[in-house]
Ligand binder design. Structure first.
Ligand SMILES: [Mg+2]
Length: 117
């Protein structure tokens, strides 16, 4: 049996507009209609969507309410602040490190350093 693809998606500044923390109930608007389109695209490919956000520490209800308000709730399978299993993570603050690459971490840090102003 083929394993279902698990896709983790960050909330703040990845799919929701975010500048700074304003409390657990203040979540910015979805960044564009492409947020929903992309989640629909992933679900159509049978991906399991995990919304990975530290906001979940403050309770999941405001997040569920936000998802419902923007007609995204049915597209998300799980909300968590834990690093549960996933195949890939989409996050505005993450940098890619290739798996099991001896110098992957070092190279990623150096690439990041070169991009700093
Ligand atoms: Mg973020």
């Amino acid at each position: 049996m083929k394993h279902r693809l698990v896709v983790a998606v960050d909330l703040d500044a990845t799919i929701a507009y975010y500048t700074h923390w304003r409390g657990p109930k203040r979540i910015g608007r979805p960044l564009s209609p492409s947020v929903r389109h992309t989640l629909v695209y992933l679900r159509a490919r049978d991906a399991r969507i995990v919304l990975f956000t530290t906001r979940a520490r403050h309770g999941k209800k405001p997040i569920r309410d936000w998802l419902r308000r923007h007609e995204l709730l049915h597209l998300v399978d799980e909300i968590t602040d834990r690093k549960v299993f996933w195949h890939v993570l989409f996050d505005d603050r993450a940098r890619h490190v290739p798996a099991n690459e001896p110098h992957g971490f070092r190279d990623a840090v150096l690439r990041w350093g070169n991009e700093l102003p």
